[in-house]
Design a binder for this molecule. Structure first.
Ligand SMILES: Cc1cc2nc3c(=O)[nH]c(=O)nc-3n(C[C@H](O)[C@H](O)[C@H](O)COP(=O)(O)OP(=O)(O)OC[C@H]3O[C@@H](n4cnc5c(N)ncnc54)[C@H](O)[C@@H]3O)c2cc1C
Length: 359
């Protein structure tokens, strides 16, 4: 990671970019991704042939820590970079990687995750959107919802029922599709702050070629679980993000020095350090050939609750004083226990698979 700190100090946009969930903010965040890419910092863990640096997981943690400490913009391409890319490295074809990854790395294509449906969230295997085989490809029909960034994204990856007669977890196919293809309607959903952070996606006979199936048709559940392990696991929420928030909280504390909140500030700050140390030891284990299984559920519960504690404590320190950054951060932290699989569902996994408790 030689030179990273200096590069960030010289290049991170000041003032901070407008929200990524606005048209101007979206364009400015894409521009930032191109700047990162041109300097070789967009996808450090990827192979050099796709613009990466072949960085180890340990170096990636360092990258993340420096990135967030420098107050750099959130990654507009995160669904692609942190969820689809690892899935393509594990299950995609060479042709798919060559076609998709370079455009993703430069944010020429921003990707959305189209999994959830109105009647299928926690119970993902209940999805009803269909993929029907036709000559040379598939026709997609149905409705997806809560698709982050889909209001502005170019492409999406999703799970579809391709064999209605099969058992729930079988007969599912993992496909990629163009959000601007004929038959796709994207309807933005405003969040609490009024910005369209999500969208519903309606699919009406949308043609997708065979080349856009990831893995084997009918075997999409396995591919989806591979994506989910990245979502809950290391890649989506690295400790660097929380270490930076904890440092901002500490600076806020020094402004007010409110004694009744001292222990909570210390507790939240220690939580961020603990998550960092725990992640470092997980990475050591992974680099020695270990794997990340159900314990990623414990990590997900920990970081999402930590993020809430950090923001709640900051808002209490601020009292009635308005601070848009902490307030927006708090609203987003409220969603942490819901996305990437709700914390109730993660607790089921912890109970059954880690602790061996009965269902
Ligand atoms: C900020 C944010 C971003 C998101 N981004 C995306 C995205 O990009 N793409 C996408 O596809 N989806 C996305 N989602 C959707 C998210 O994956 C779902 O909201 C989540 O999986 C929960 O599903 P649901 O909303 O249908 O709630 P439900 O599954 O209906 O759950 C409702 C409540 O019941 C509880 N519950 C359900 N089943 C159990 C159980 N077995 N045991 C105990 N409690 C249970 C849940 O914990 C929850 O409290 C996002 C959500 C949020 C909040």
């Amino acid at each position: 990671m030689n030179g990273l700190r200096e590069w960030l100090a010289a290049n991170v946009p000041v003032p901070r970019l407008p929200s990524v969930d606005t048209p101007d903010g979206q364009a400015r965040h894409r521009e930032w991704e191109r700047t990162l890419f041109d300097a070789g910092w967009a996808v450090v863990t990827w192979p050099a042939e796709y613009g990466g640096r072949d960085a180890s997981l340990r170096d990636w943690l360092t990258f993340e820590e420096e990135y967030w400490a420098a107050d750099a913009p959130i990654r507009v391409g995160q669904n692609g970079l942190f969820l689809l890319a690892p899935t393509l490295f594990a299950h995609g074809t060479q042709e798919q990687r060559d076609r998709i990854l370079p455009r993703m790395a430069r944010a020429d294509d921003v990707w959305a995750q189209a999994w959830s449906e109105p009647e299928a969230g926690s119970d993902l295997a209940a999805i009803r959107s269909t993929a029907t085989p036709v000559g040379g490809g598939w026709l997609l029909n149905g409705q997806k919802t809560w698709s982050s960034r889909a209001a502005f994204a170019d492409m999406a990856f999703g799970l579809f029922r391709s064999d209605p007669a099969a058992e729930r977890h079988r007969g599912l196919t993992y496909l990629m599709f163009d959000l601007r293809a004929p038959g796709v309607t994207v309807r933005p959903i405003p969040q609490l702050n009024g910005e369209p952070g999500f969208a519903e996606i309606f699919l009406d006979d949308v043609f997708v070629p065979d080349a856009d199936v990831i893995g084997t048709p009918g075997d999409g559940w396995k591919v989806a679980m591979s994506t989910a392990s990245h979502e809950r696991g290391l890649s989506l929420r690295s400790p660097g993000r929380f270490l930076a928030t904890a440092d901002r909280l500490l600076r806020l504390w020094h402004r007010y020095e409110e004694p009744s909140l001292r222990d909570r500030v210390v507790d939240a700050w220690i939580g961020a350090q603990a998550y960092n140390l725990h992640t470092q030891s997980t990475v050591d284990r992974l680099m020695a050939g270990g794997s990340l299984g159900a314990e990623s559920s414990a990590g997900k519960v920990f970081w999402s609750e930590l993020d809430l504690r950090l923001h709640e404590t900051a808002l209490e320190l601020l009292g009635g004083e308005g601070d848009a950054r902490w307030e927006d951060g708090y609203l987003f932290a409220l969603a942490g226990p819901i996305y990437a699989g709700t914390n109730e569902v993660q607790r089921n996994v912890i109970a059954e698979r880690l602790l061996g408790l009965p269902r």
